[in-house]
Design a protein around this ligand. Sequence first.
Ligand code: SF4
Length: 312
Amino acid sequence: MSKNSKTYDFPPYRPPNEAFSALIRITRGCPWNQCAFCFMYKNIKFEIKRLEEVKNDVKEARQIYRRAKHIFLGDSDNLLHKNLPEIVAFIKKIFPECKRITTYARAKTILRQKLEFLISVRKAGLDRLHIGLESGDVVVLERLCKGLNPKEMIEAGLKAKKAGFEVSFYVISGAGGKDCWKDHALNSARVLNKIRPDFIRLRTLTLQHGTPLKEKLMRGEFTVIPPIERLKELKLFLQHLDLEDCYLTSDHLTNYLWAGNDVFYRGVAGNLPNDKQEMLKDVQQAIEYIESTDLKIKDSNQLYEEGFISSL
Ligand code: SF4
C-alpha cells in the first residue's frame, strides 16, 4: 500500500519536524476548537477513536511505513484517550524500531489528567508533548480564547515535565497585536523561564478567513503588527529568555519575511543559552535591513491575502 492510501486515517496536521514520521490517529479533531486564531479542526467533530479501531490502524500503518524511526500521534488532544498507555505500548510492540513517539497535547487536559495517568503514558513510551502556549500574557491568552491563564500554563508545563515528558511549547509572534506586544513578549518569556521547556517553536500570527480573530481584524477591533514591530517583539522576547538546554526554532513558513519577491529572513534557531547572542544579531540585522530598504516587505499575512499561501 502506498503512503498516499486513501483509506488510511491520516491525521490532517503534524508539526513540521514530524514530516518524515509515521502518522497514527488516536483521536479526531479538537475538543476545544475555540482558539480565536485557529482554523485547524473547525469542520471536524471531536471523536475519541475506539481502542480496536486504533489497533487496526496501527497494524495498517505497519504495512504503510516499512521503517518508522519516529511516530507522531494525531489529532490535537490525545491525552484525553483513556486507553493511551495501552495504545502507546501496542505501537511500540508493532514498531520495535521506533525511537521517538510524540503528540500534540492541550495544556488544560494535562492539568485535568492525574499525574499517575501521565506517568503511565510516558512509561508506555510516549516521549514528547507539543503544547500550544501561544502567549504567556493573561490579556492576550483571553483574547485568543485559549481557555487557560498563564498560571495554569506554568502548572501544566511543570506537570508534564514531572511526568517525564520532553515538552515543546509554541509561541505566536505578533499575538499581542499593537496594544499588547511588549506584555506578550515579556510574559511569554517569563512563563517559559518557569516551565523550562526542551523546545520553543515560533509561529507568526497569520489570520486566516473564518477565524474569530480575522473577523475582529475586519471590524477594526484588532491590529496585526507589521514585520518590523514583530521583530522588535521577538528581540524583547529573546532578551528575556533565561533558559538552559532549550532549542528554539522558527520551523514554519509563517516566520519568513520577503523583500519584493525574495526571502531575506527565515526566522531564528539555536540552542539556549549558547546561541542567544547570534539569534539576537540575526533579528537586529533583519530590523536594520527593513529600515534601509525601499522594497515592499511582506510577511505570511500579505502572502496569504495575495493567494500565494492557501493554508498554513
Ligand atoms: S489551537 Fe489547539 S486547542 Fe486551540 S482550537 Fe486549535 S487545535 Fe484546539
